[in-house]
Design a protein around this ligand. Structure first.
Ligand SMILES: *Cc1c(COP(=O)(O)O)cnc(C)c1O
Length: 382
């Protein structure tokens, strides 16, 4: 039986059209794009076409796009690359408490390299505290990194306000846009450095990119050949990059129509759960929340057990964020929103995407109340 998939924020299935575009570069055309014979030039051209497609979805110039192995690498390149290139200007850098681990752990690392880090608080909905941001900035501040959309709760930050604050103080602004890119509009006007990833938008794993605005200098993390403006040397993952480009081209055409369809299903799921199960709290911002994400706290239930039970009934869902799923730890994102340890333990994330059907929603609503009821009964007897 095919699983019914509600974990699109973790990864997405590869679009068949993307897969088809990748095939030649996994087969007959294996050439190194740096070579000079014609099949190598063909591979090189395919990479440049992909660069145009990624740039188009961001409103960027192709030369501003640096391909990486994914979002994690692009976040590392943006933050470490900027800090190492600009440390003479100051050593204070700012992020938030709810960033993805591939941002938070980079800031933790930079603390060991003599950078001073401010981790901003968020409100109950996961929105950055603007007063705290403005008051912590000083002459030493060189970088702010705030994600556009949170992967766990879907909260959308007021990105234009953040950029304006940074502009006023000549501070570089980086945003991790992995969860918003290809789902809602993400524009180069939003930030100086923007991280995007392929496998969250129906592209293959192994590709991502960093947008680097003009006038922003970063240092490479790797040293080697001349690829990617020497910011990311190494023979390119041609097939993955080509797939990423095709995924972006398709998102540009299809994103708008899917927003409405997916939001309708998410809202129906939310309403259905609230109607049939008591003791539910919806997490994230009531309005400024990505249309595909539903994160709920379920009273009296351990989300890990719920996810296992859902799996046995044929559903894929997530408790907390995917990166923490194997660690029995509650979500630091929900803790930052002021939630208690106990409430966090019952947090379930359902994230939808373009292959979901209305029948998936009905199927989940049919089994979820019963699973929760049984888990609550066994917890109170246990
Ligand atoms: C998935 C994710 C990443 C990491 O991207 P990879 O391409 O999997 O390395 C970074 N940030 C956010 C918000 C994500 O959801």
């Amino acid at each position: 039986m095919d699983k019914i998939y509600f974990d699109y924020n973790s990864s997405t299935p590869l679009d068949k059209r993307v897969f088809k575009k990748m095939l030649p570069y996994l087969g007959a055309n294996f050439a190194n794009p740096s070579a000079i014979y014609s099949i190598a030039q063909k591979a090189k051209n395919a990479i440049e076409d992909a660069r145009i497609s990624v740039a188009n979805l961001l409103g960027a110039k192709p030369k501003e796009i640096i391909f990486t192995s994914g979002g994690t690498e692009a976040n590392n390149l943006a933050i470490k690359g900027f800090c190492f290139a600009n440390r003479a200007k100051g050593n204070h850098i700012i992020t938030s408490k709810i960033e993805h681990s591939s941002v938070l752990n980079v800031f933790n690392f930079l603390e060991t390299k003599n950078f001073k880090v401010t981790y901003l608080d968020v409100d109950e909905y996961g929105i950055i505290n603007m007063e705290q941001l403005e008051s912590c900035m000083d002459k030493e501040t060189i970088l702010l990194s705030i994600m556009h959309v949170n992967n766990e709760i879907g909260t959308i930050q007021p990105i234009e306000k953040l950029k304006a604050i940074c502009n006023k103080r000549k501070v570089c602004f980086h945003t991790d846009a992995v969860q918003s890119f290809g789902k809602v509009e993400v524009d180069v006007a939003f930030a100086d450095l923007i991280t995007v990833s392929s496998h969250k938008i129906y592209g293959p794993k192994g590709a991502g990119a960093l947008y680097v605005g003009s006038g922003i200098s970063i240092e490479p993390l790797l040293h080697g050949g001349h690829q990617e403006e020497e910011l990311r040397p190494g023979t390119e993952a041609v097939a993955s990059i080509v797939g990423f480009g095709e995924a972006c081209r398709l998102r540009l055409q299809e994103m708008k129509a899917e927003q409405i369809k997916v939001k309708k299903m998410r809202d129906a799921l939310e309403a259905g759960i609230l109607k049939t199960v008591k003791g539910i709290k919806v997490n994230g911002h009531p309005q400024n929340r990505l249309y595909n994400t539903l994160n709920i706290c379920i009273e009296g239930v351990e989300a890990q057990n719920l996810v296992i039970n859902l799996d046995m009934r044929g559903f894929c869902a997530s408790s907390g964020s995917a990166c923490q799923a194997r660690v029995p730890e509650v979500s630091y994102v929900l803790i930052a929103t002021g939630m208690s340890q106990k409430d966090c333990a019952g947090a379930l994330r359902l994230s939808l995407g373009k292959f979901n059907k209305e029948s998936d929603i009905h199927a989940l609503l049919k089994v979820l109340p019963e699973i929760i009821k049984n888990l609550r009964a066994s917890a109170s007897h246990g």
